[in-house]
Design a protein around this ligand. Structure first.
Ligand SMILES: O=P(O)(O)OC[C@H]1O[C@](O)(CO)[C@@H](O)[C@@H]1O
Ligand SMILES: [Mn+2]
Length: 424
């Protein structure tokens, strides 16, 4: 919070100042005033953060304002016997980091008529544009794959595992870790997989395969639907890896419908919202490389035909750990219970899955989920925060010997599964 968070806010403030005259050009004096208001609110936020001020209630009367303010009251109540305050450096990291992004949104809500500005749009678009070559390679690979009529089961499994690993390592491209510095994919995503295998610390890919291939086999007789949900993370290259995986799941009939869960407001710099998905599809459709424009056209079609469905429930941008979902957002929990497999992308999702607690490395994932079991689920995450469960005895300590910073760099990854599946 002392180093990275201010960096992110300062980057937003600088970007706004660079675009000062655009607000005037577009909206005249009203635009200039709105931008001035926004800058003053963000500068106030930066100052509060840097001087460890108490967290303040939200004042923007948005859909979740009351929930956030109740949450703040609850945390105050937890402190009533000590003289600590609910402030930026004295409260749980998960809470204050989420709160910072929600305060950025509050500043926009209070700065009409520029409230729908996405202050992170530029870095998200830049990440996509700088990853063009990797995206081209990926789209061409997918188009080649889908042209092969009948892959035998082993080939299908190999391709599934390849695309899973590409989706995992796509998670390295995250702008909140890099403080908004570019983190695009510049090397070929396919050739690096072998080299990256040793950095997969927990590998439950087999469980994902068994669950899906068994359902596919039994579907001939009993099941009609296999629904896979993606709880998305970062826009740009990572989003493309997730859409490629989703396309493959449909084309290979390992799934029959895909649900995506994005954020309803700009979040953690690079997290995906509805505009980001639409923008990526438009970019691909307009690409002058055939394999990319084919993807864009197909993907737009999947959404039109509802083979792909996009959701953006406000729960995903609240500070709650996922074990609270069934209480706080029972409708979302019920929606997730309809899934046959939920893929949680990224580090923030992992922290919320395990409540960002200081668990021992060998605590079982099932236990750390603390009752959050809407459906079989898998975390697909590169490690960027100091929480990790489900390791073998001594495994965490071993990695730390060779790589003391292993929990902060996104260099290591996991496929961590929880749930049951029907064996054929
Ligand atoms: O995009 P991801 O994989 O969720 O990573 C976001 C992570 O980066 C950080 O912002 C780094 O500080 C973490 O707080 C957060 O968990
Ligand atoms: Mn993210």
């Amino acid at each position: 919070m002392k180093n990275r968070a201010p960096q992110i806010l300062i980057k937003v403030i600088n970007t706004l100042q660079q675009h000062k005259n655009e607000f005037f050009e577009k909206l005249g004096e009203v635009g200039t005033e709105a931008e001035k208001k926004l800058l003053s609110l963000l500068s106030k936020l930066l100052n509060e953060l840097q001087t460890d001020e108490p967290l303040l209630p939200l004042t923007d009367n948005w859909v979740d304002t009351d929930i956030w303010n109740q949450y703040l009251k609850y945390h105050h109540s937890l402190l009533n016997e000590t003289n600590k305050k609910i402030s930026w450096f004295q409260s749980p990291w998960l809470y204050v980091e989420c709160y910072m992004y929600r305060r950025i949104h509050e500043a926009l809500m209070l700065s009409s008529p520029i409230s729908d500005l996405d202050v992170f749009k530029e870095p998200k678009e830049q990440n996509f544009l700088e990853s063009q070559e990797a995206i081209r390679i990926l789209c061409s690979y997918l188009q080649g794959l889908n042209k092969i009529e009948n892959l035998d089961e082993n080939q299908l499994k190999d391709e599934f595992f390849k695309l899973l690993q590409i989706s995992l390592w796509g998670n390295k491209c995250d702008l909140s870790l890099s403080g908004g510095q570019s983190s695009s994919q510049t090397s070929s995503p396919l050739t690096v997989l072998e080299d990256l295998k040793p950095f997969i610390l927990v590998n439950n890919m087999d469980y994902l395969w068994l669950l899906l291939i068994n359902r596919k086999k039994m579907r001939q007789e009993t099941f009609s639907v296999t629904r896979v949900d993606f709880v998305l993370d970062n826009a740009g290259f990572e989003l493309v890896t997730d859409l490629v995986m989703a396309d493959f799941l449909l084309a290979s009939k390992l799934a029959t419908e895909i649900h995506f869960h994005g954020k309803s407001i700009p979040w953690y710099v690079s997290d995906t919202n509805k505009n980001d998905i639409n923008w990526v599809i438009e970019q691909l459709k307009a690409a002058n490389t055939k394999c990319m424009s084919e993807c864009g056209i197909n993907w737009e079609d999947y959404f039109k035909k509802h083979s792909w469905v996009y959701h953006d429930h406000m729960f995903w941008t609240l500070p709650y750990e996922y074990c609270a979902m069934s209480q706080v957002a029972p409708d979302l929990y019920a929606e997730l219970q309809k899934s046959n497999l939920i893929l949680f992308k990224g580090d923030l999702n992992y922290r919320k899955l395990v409540g960002d607690r200081k668990w021992g490395f060998t605590v079982p994932f099932h236990q750390a989920l603390n009752g959050f079991h809407p459906a079989p689920l898998c975390s697909i995450r590169t490690v960027k925060a100091e929480v990790q469960v489900g390791l073998a005895p001594g495994q965490g300590e071993q990695v730390a010997v060779t790589d003391p910073q292993w929990m902060n760099t996104g260099k290591y990854g996991i496929f961590q599964f929880d749930g049951h599946f029907d064996l054929a």
